[in-house]
Design a protein around this ligand. Structure first.
Ligand code: ADP
Length: 448
């Protein structure tokens, strides 16, 4: 096992990784920007190193500063968490060049799965179904129009290097496709440093089902079953749950086995998530692979009892996955609500600032992953998520009731949070029935 690990992230995931390190007897080094200098979790680290000012480009996204911090602290490995540099093959490569273990896949595996165009090719080569669409990045307008003609509108334009639900454009006709193509490419270049875009068929009614995978350096790949993340706003997940309600387990097993094929094909080591859309007829299509730990990993931890963050560290240290596929059992149901510092009553306007009132929920089956304590100031620079409320219960219905109870206990102020939105959703009859589609929440919000 490693002696010392650097955590190249912030907020709740930095704390989550620190806790995993502690339980493994590994020292944790945190990096921080000046915007986070007073963050309380930094006091829990064995060492905290400032890597620059608030803007992420000058700190959490700055490879040379993070590597410099790693060398100063003399760490054996770096955990990237999610977001920031977690899916950048050049970061994984920089770690390799400096003889620091990257807790995640090799740059080669990351490229083959993390780039959306390459990932679709890998899927096709392995007989995993993908959406009809362009084989490669689309170079010009005429080509895009020709492909859209073949697959039929609506189509969606996506950035090959995209993530976080950004940079996607839905086009219902040729005129929009023509006008959006260049805009999409320019936006992708600005946001991800790569202007490559591709198009694929857009599904109106579908569910988002994803598979939690673990692969090790000894050729083993195990799936920890699925999560349903269909409740989304602006292509971003709002509530996640496991197992997926109302889909037969045989079909889900096929989805999971497709995910395992993807991971095996590139000798993947670490935690990964293969995302799929499931249509009304039960067909599934692979969307993309996220080559890192996901925000919503705790729901899988709750139903399987596997500590995914610890596993990612153990795998990087060369350990074998200590269980077999048949040993993975599902216990009960888990739901996660992403609590953000945003005002749902005001068009989800960001609500940064000092949190003076913070009364988190507790009790049986309630887990709160958060870096917030009373007096914490939410910096305006980063993601607005302040906590993840994860609830576990024997059945889905009980998990929903328990989530509603925990949300009622949850008091935060004077900043606004998305707690009221979650309260509304867990009481919503369509959601309670199970099986809402990916556009359900947007339709609901439009109704007011
Ligand atoms: P990102 O990497 O930015 O998160 P994804 O490819 O994972 O992008 O897609 C995020 C979400 O966007 C999906 O969960 C789904 O709601 C929507 N989406 C993506 N592709 C399609 C598609 N072809 N048809 C319908 N919705 C889609």
């Amino acid at each position: 096992m490693f002696k010392r690990v650097l955590i190249a992230n912030r907020g709740e995931i930095a704390l989550r990784i620190m806790r995993a390190c502690r339980e493994l007897g590994v020292e944790a080094v945190c990096v921080y920007s000046t915007a986070d200098k007073d963050a309380p979790y930094l006091k829990m680290a064995d060492r905290a190193i400032c890597i620059g000012p608030g803007p992420a480009k000058e700190s959490y996204l700055n490879i040379s500063r993070i590597i410099a911090a790693a060398e100063i602290a003399d760490v054996d490995a770096i955990h990237p968490g999610y977001g920031f540099l977690s899916e950048r093959p050049d970061f994984s490569q920089a770690c390799r060049d400096c003889k620091i273990e990257f807790i995640g896949p090799s740059p080669e595996a990351m490229q083959a799965l993390g780039d959306k165009v390459d990932c679709k090719k890998t899927a096709k080569d392995n007989g995993v179904p993908v959406f009809p669409g362009s084989k490669d990045a689309v170079e010009d307008e005429e080509e895009a129009v020709r492909i859209a003609g073949e697959i039929g509108f609506p189509v969606i334009i996506k950035a090959s290097a995209g993530g976080g639900g950004r940079g996607m454009k839905v086009c219902h006709n040729e005129a929009t496709l023509r006008s959006m193509l260049r805009v999409a490419s320019q936006e992708a270049q600005a946001a991800f440093g790569n202007g490559a875009v591709f198009i694929e068929k857009y599904l109106e009614r579908a569910r988002h089902v994803e598979v939690q995978m673990l692969g090790d350096k000894h050729g083993n790949a195990v799936y920890l079953w699925e999560r349903d993340c269909s409740l989304q706003r602006r292509h971003q997940k709002v509530i996640e749950e496991a197992p997926a309600p109302g889909v037969d387990r045989e079909r889900l097993k096929k989805v999971c086995e497709s995910a395992a094929k993807m991971i095996r094909s590139v000798n993947y080591a670490g935690a990964a998530t293969c995302e799929f859309l499931l249509d009304e007829t039960g067909h599934f299509y692979m969307l993309e692979v996220n080559t890192r730990v996901q925000v919503e990993h705790p729901v899988t931890e709750m139903i399987t009892g596997v500590d995914i963050v610890q596993m990612s560290i153990r795998i990087a240290a060369g350990e074998k996955i200590p269980f077999k596929q048949d040993d993975v059992r599902i216990h009960g149901h888990a739901i996660e609500c992403r609590i953000c510092a945003e005002d749902p009553a005001e068009g989800f306007r960001p609500s940064a600032g000092k949190i003076t009132r913070w009364e988190p929920p507790g009790g049986p089956g309630v887990r709160l992953d958060t870096h917030v304590v009373p007096g914490y100031v939410v910096p305006p620079n980063y993601d607005s998520m302040v906590a993840k409320l994860i609830v576990h219960a024997p059945t889905r219905e009980q998990a929903l009731d328990r989530t509603a109870r925990a949300l009622r206990e949850f008091q935060a102020g004077p900043i606004k949070t998305t707690v009221p939105l979650h309260q509304r959703l867990v009481e919503n009859t369509d959601f309670r029935r199970g099986g809402v589609d990916i556009h359900y929440l947007e339709r609901l919000l439009k109704q007011g």
